[in-house]
Design a protein around this ligand. Structure first.
Ligand SMILES: N[C@@H](CCC(=O)N[C@@H](CS)C(=O)NCC(=O)O)C(=O)O
Length: 241
């Protein structure tokens, strides 16, 4: 298969972390470009040429910008080479593919947008404290329900990972979302408690032992236990928010 030239535009502990873990798991060579959020570089005109919504991540794949985390994740996972790195998505003709896509789209269309509403409430309802508190309270309940749906689904699988004994991009996406839900927004009085989702907790604990996950998290200043008992990133460059 033709070689991919990959450049990941990232900020530490942002959605780009999902992509960095996937790249490490796939064993693909890649470059990174820091988008420094302390300087709001994601809002620059140069960045808008890569992603008109000015969101992180963007991944240049053979020189063309791809945005939307799930699209990047799937595009990369589908280019897996047998015998090299982990297989992170069932093949198109695999009977497991529809179920896999269902959960991937659930994450990108339902759970991840709810996280955004929690973290960036002011972008949805303006700056009134009451409105922010109110949307955060509703969104938190929806998120807890989504994690409970995932926990119940994984409980019925009989395997730690969605597809069996090895992880796929859905498992990785869930783990990073659960990490954030336990930490952000940093000034919130309430955060998700991992222990309330025992099956997902096991998934996170298993994932955080993987060398690819360790090297991706360490590169962004994220220390153990990355997902199951997380702490804020202390990155060597840039900032998470
Ligand atoms: N739908 C987008 C959401 C990405 C997203 O929310 N990125 C956050 C960082 S994790 C961001 O760019 N925040 C900066 C901002 O909203 O200005 C995706 O899946 O890639």
């Amino acid at each position: 298969m033709r070689m991919l030239l990959i450049t990941l535009y990232y900020a530490p502990d942002n959605a780009s972390l999902i992509i960095r873990i996937i790249l490490e798991e796939l064993g693909l060579p890649y470059d990174t470009v820091l988008v420094d959020r302390s300087k709001q570089e994601q809002l620059s005109d140069a960045y808008a040429k890569l992603n008109p919504k000015r969101l992180i991540p963007v991944c240049l794949i053979n020189g063309k910008p791809v945005f939307e985390t799930a699209a990047i994740a799937l595009a990369l996972a589908d280019r897996h080479c047998p015998g090299q790195g982990a297989r992170l998505a069932p093949e198109v003709a695999d009977n497991a593919r529809p179920q896999f896509l269902k959960w991937l789209f659930f994450l990108s269309n339902t759970l991840h947008p709810d996280l955004r509403m929690l973290f960036y409430a002011e972008k949805y309802v303006g700056h009134s404290t009451n409105a922010i508190d109110s949307i955060r309270a509703c969104t938190r309940q929806r998120l807890y329900e989504s994690f409970a749906i995932l926990d119940a689904h994984y409980a019925g699988l009989g395997t730690d990972y969605l597809q069996g004994d090895t992880p796929c991009i859905v498992d990785i996406y869930i783990a990073v979302c659960m990490r954030w839900a336990q930490l952000y927004p940093a000034n919130a009085t309430e955060h998700l408690k991992c222990a309330q989702y025992p099956v997902l907790s096991r998934l996170l604990q298993r994932l955080e032992l993987r060398p690819a996950v360790i090297s991706a998290c360490q590169a962004e200043g994220i220390t153990q236990q990355f997902f199951s008992n997380p702490d804020y990133a202390n990155p060597p460059e840039g900032s998470a928010t």
